[in-house]
Ligand binder design. Structure first.
Ligand code: 13P
Length: 252
């Protein structure tokens, strides 16, 4: 079944001590309730082993923000999917626009990362999204379709494990959110692309999250769209109360 999900992406923020405080605060905030969505926090690699045992696994899943495109070996500074999984983390964000733009991650590299993540039992949160010039040229569907090629060679069984996230680059960290109508339009397009490749049943079961300046004040109307199944949250995930406010969008 398709799930509603609110996932935080801490990016390169929080020292280990600060991260522990935030994870504990969030765990505390959810202690006396059952959230009406899955809650995930994706943290820097070095936080994972400390944070996974601190949160209630029935309420908060923990994930990494990236993993290597190689299994193991002489790749100084890289962190493998197996290492991420060994911390108790269950998820990994792959294909984030910041990785694509600043670290040259392309369709082929991301294919390897997705396969290694799945082979190690991690659930990829696979991100797609266009830059402003592409949106202005009305090329968003073409761009997103090309990005989806990284996951469209997976088996049906593997694809059905993925979470997808649409994050328009022009909305990330800019305070400029896609309108609910813009989000719905492209989420519906992504779902139709999945249906074309894997069939309607798989498409209906795929969670597609929206990311880009999503906050407590706009989450409810974004999540009310039939094809928006939650959010991937950057800035507003860095404080327990603002992140909780987004989780509460599913309670209202
Ligand atoms: P903001 O919520 O800060 O715009 O970031 C979104 C994002 O990139 C999440 O992956």
């Amino acid at each position: 079944m398709r799930k509603n999900i609110v996932a935080g992406n801490w990016k390169m923020n929080k020292t280990l001590q600060e991260g522990i405080v935030l994870a504990k605060e969030l765990n505390e905030a959810l202690a006396n309730e059952k959230p009406k969505c899955d809650v995930i926090i994706c943290t820097p690699f070095i936080h994972l082993a400390s944070i996974t045992p601190l949160v209630d696994p029935n309420k908060i899943g923990v994930g990494a923000e990236n993993c290597a495109d190689k299994e193991s070996g002489a790749f100084t500074g890289e962190v493998s999917a197996a290492m991420v999984a060994s911390t108790g983390a269950k998820y990994v964000i792959l294909g984030h626009s910041e990785r694509r733009a600043y670290y040259g991650e392309n369709v082929e590299i991301l294919k390897s990362k997705v396969k290694l993540a799945l082979a190690n039992g991690l659930i990829p949160i696979f991100c797609v999204g266009e830059v402003l010039a592409e949106r202005e040229a009305n090329k968003q569907n073409v761009v997103v379709s090309a990005q989806l090629e990284s996951v469209f060679d997976l088996s049906v069984e593997d694809f059905s494990k993925l979470i997808l996230a649409y994050e328009p680059v022009w909305a990330i960290g800019t305070g400029k959110t896609a309108t609910p109508a813009q989000a719905e339009e492209i989420h519906a397009f992504i779902r139709s692309a999945v249906a074309k490749r894997y069939g309607k049943a798989i498409a209906e079961n795929t969670s597609i999250l929206y990311g880009g300046s999503c906050k407590a004040t706009n989450a409810k109307e974004l999540f009310a769209n039939p094809d928006v199944d939650g959010g991937l949250i950057g800035g507003a995930a860095l404080k327990a109360d603002s992140f909780k406010g987004i989780i509460d969008a599913f309670n209202a």
